[in-house]
Design a protein around this ligand. Structure first.
Ligand code: ADP
Ligand code: ADP
Length: 225
């Protein structure tokens, strides 16, 4: 699915000042594209991603998914955060199945689906483990499986590998590229790491700070890495 952001502005009102997180941002993301949003800390990447997810509303401007204006979250979009946001008192399988539970999928079907997506992230042997037993890389794999089990057309990722060590991060980057090639979701991936953006994205959107604006868009020839 494609995404269109038109003239989006988001201002946070603090007691002593107004912070313009992003201002007059226009962005088109085509179906199946892997786009990295790159920029320094504080330039408004997370704010833009939250607007794409529907978790935040813009003060001004519009968000369209596949040409239809939307005003909040939707099942065609799933989000992965840096801090995993998993349920610690549930098993790996239960965490992955959780979105299906919310969607009233039968127990049998959700367990089958959860197992399928755990296999995709190489965690099928850990289905009965609890989150606190897992390493950071494994937790992020669970979070990715939980997002993908909803079969979203759009995967929104906010510095998902930011808390991982360099080796685990490389491993997960390669796995994510394979998942993208297999499932073909549209991916918007926020990062402040230039190497990560260039390795992952087939397009890199560079944002500038104060206030956040799209500064330039670099298209990277497909066929890499
Ligand atoms: P990035 O993800 O690029 O680091 P953010 O979108 O998190 O940038 O933040 C952009 C700007 O908006 C920053 O100046 C930040 O301090 C401010 N900001 C973000 N969220 C809030 C909030 N909930 N309340 C007030 N200011 C915020
Ligand atoms: P990752 O690269 O996913 O972060 P680690 O490098 O921490 O994983 O661990 C390497 C391997 O050790 C894992 O793929 C897994 O097979 C095993 N492992 C890690 N944590 C646990 C655990 N809590 N229980 C059992 N095996 C584990």
């Amino acid at each position: 699915m494609s995404i269109d952001i038109t003239n989006v502005t988001r201002t946070y009102h603090l007691p002593d000042k107004n912070v313009h997180a992003i201002r007059h941002v226009d962005l088109h993301i085509a179906s199946h594209e892997f786009v990295c949003l790159l920029g320094p800390s504080g330039c408004g990447k997370s704010t833009l991603l939250k607007i794409l997810s529907g978790l935040e509303r813009p003060d001004e401007g519009t968000l369209e998914i596949d040409g239809t204006k939307v005003n909040g979250p939707g099942r065609e979009r799933a989000v992965v955060f840096q801090d995993y946001a998993l349920l610690p008192w549930r098993t790996v399988r239960e965490n992955v199945a959780f979105p299906l539970e919310l969607a009233h999928v039968s127990r049998k079907d959700r367990e089958e689906k959860a197992q399928e997506y755990l296999k995709l992230v190489h965690l099928e042997k850990f289905a009965d483990a609890y989150i606190h037993q897992l390493s950071g890389g494994m937790r992020q794999r669970v979070a990715i499986a939980r997002a993908l089990v909803q079969q979203p057309d759009i995967l929104l990722m906010d510095e998902p590998f930011g808390a991982l060590d360099a080796f685990t991060r490389m491993e997960l980057q390669s796995e994510l590229v394979k998942i993208w090639q297999a499932k073909r979701p549209t991916i918007v991936f926020v990062t402040h790491d230039i190497d990560e953006a260039i390795f992952l994205g087939d397009k890199v959107v560079i944002m500038t700070p104060n206030p956040g604006k799209v500064h330039s868009i670099v298209e990277i020839p497909v066929g890499k890495p």
